[in-house]
Design a protein around this ligand. Structure first.
Ligand SMILES: Nc1ncnc2c1ncn2[C@@H]1O[C@H](COP(=O)(O)OP(=O)(O)OP(=O)(O)O)[C@@H](O)[C@H]1O
Ligand SMILES: C[C@@](O)(CCOP(=O)(O)OP(=O)(O)O)CC(=O)O
Length: 392
């Protein structure tokens, strides 16, 4: 009976990250080794996070996972299996080095229960897999007191998850194999505290073709992707790092938008084409360029991952004006809940007249740079008596 055995558990949360230099394409699919290095900004967990409880007990009969309250298939989930196998293998090696006692060795051989919850849409181009696998690997690391760089294990869950293992701007160094394809913080979240990110949730729907399948098709069919990897990304990586270090928003914003445009050009160049952006996404691109053109300087930038949702970067002094424009353009009749996250005043005097596009956006989250994963002390998603999910 499960109840008779001690249950050890830990709960952790992890953030979402948004790439400014995009990862799209792998040199090794099984190990998630990317074709190029990438850089992302970790977003504030106060507004978007995955929370994961992991538990282990002698009484558990098999590994089990619940995502957003729904039981998942564990056996056929190769990515999850890869993370669990890697964690167990590291735990065993470290236990051997420490000359661990029988109790510790027994714990490593026990089954694991996992419950995870995202406080934002799953599988909709908002990097739920990144936050989810970062929370999972970080929590397992805590449960087994694993020392060392866990980014390479998070990478096995989802490539971009390795960049959610730290705060601020994070670089995922492509590397060539298992051990050297790792993520490292480039600058902490406090390096550029004025940065603001508006996430325009255009659609909460699960996308038709996920990033994994999409990028596989691009590697197989897009010649633009080859050129991007060899000739474009190396220069942009250097340039964006300089822009970040020098707080040069204009240079940062331009690289960011060009990167997004090239990702989606590669998607168009894939055969059959991958069409992640929709008409509203394209309206957002136009809105950003119109705003920058009005001021004759770059105050706002967009980036899109593999979905229609937009991530806009701006600086704190412009945030209320940008919010006003978004409200005017998309927030018609949406009421108070249109803006979530950091509080914004969406009633500034407008610099110019904006057209209204009703009901094409679900809502907008305003957020800022944030920290990496953390242990959560006052929350659990699994019961400490049964090891089964607690449904709130
Ligand atoms: N909290 C979580 N814990 C564990 N796995 C998760 C979690 N959230 C999402 N996932 C996994 O990630 C999958 C979604 O990944 P997918 O890449 O399709 O979407 P996304 O990460 O939201 O978008 P994108 O990576 O394009 O920004 C889910 O089906 C699930 O398997
Ligand atoms: C467009 C992207 O968001 C692609 C993310 O791809 P994933 O990390 O979700 O792919 P897998 O490694 O196959 O899980 C760009 C980026 O985050 O760099």
């Amino acid at each position: 009976m499960q109840e008779e055995h001690e249950i050890e558990m830990v709960t952790c949360s992890a953030p979402v990250n948004i790439a400014v230099i995009k990862y799209w394409g792998k040199s090794c699919e099984k190990k998630n080794i990317p074709l190029n290095s990438s850089i992302s900004l970790t977003l504030n967990q106060d507004h978007l996070k995955a929370t994961t409880t992991v538990a282990t007990s002698k009484g558990f009969e098999s590994d089990k996972v619940w995502l957003n309250g729904v039981k998942q298939d564990v056996v056929n989930n190769a990515r999850l299996q890869a993370c669990l196998n890697e964690i167990r293998s590291w735990a065993r090696k470290q236990a051997a080095r420490r000359k661990a006692d029988a109790k510790e060795l027994l714990k490593i051989s026990q089954k694991i229960h996992i419950a995870s919850q995202n406080n934002f849409p799953t599988a909709a181009g908002l990097a739920s897999s990144a936050a989810g696998y970062a929370a999972l690997v970080f929590a397992l690391g805590q449960l087994f007191s694993i020392e060392g760089d866990l980014t390479r294990i998070a990478r096995r869950g989802s490539g971009s998850a390795c960049r959610s293992m730290d705060g601020g701007f994070v670089e995922w160094i492509a590397g060539t194999d298992e051990d050297d394809s790792i993520a490292k913080q480039f600058v902490p979240e406090m390096h550029w505290p004025e940065l603001r990110v508006f996430i325009i949730v255009v659609s909460k729907k699960k996308k038709d073709i996920g990033s994994t399948g999409g990028m596989k098709n691009s590697v197989e069919t897009s010649s633009l992707l080859q050129y991007r990897v060899s000739d474009v990304v190396p220069h942009r990586l250097t340039a964006v790092k300089t822009a970040i270090l020098e707080h040069d928003f204009s240079a940062f914003a331009e690289i960011c938008m060009k990167e997004s445009n090239q990702l989606h050009a590669v998607c168009q160049d894939t055969y059959p084409p991958l069409l992640y952006m929709n008409d509203t996404s394209k309206e957002i691109v136009k809105l950003v360029h119109k705003y920058n053109d009005f001021y004759g300087s770059t105050r706002l930038a967009y980036t899109f991952d593999a979905g229609p949702n937009a991530f806009l970067f701006t600086l704190d002094p412009f945030a209320n004006e940008v919010a006003t424009i978004l409200n005017e353009t998309f927030g018609f009749n949406s009421g108070d809940k249109f803006f979530r996250g950091l509080s914004v005043k969406a009633n500034e005097p407008l610099p110019y007249e904006c057209g209204t596009l009703e009901k094409s956006v679900e809502y907008v989250i305003c957020t800022n740079p944030g920290k990496g994963p953390k242990v959560v002390m006052d929350e659990t998603l699994l019961s400490n008596k049964s090891g089964l999910p607690i449904f709130n």
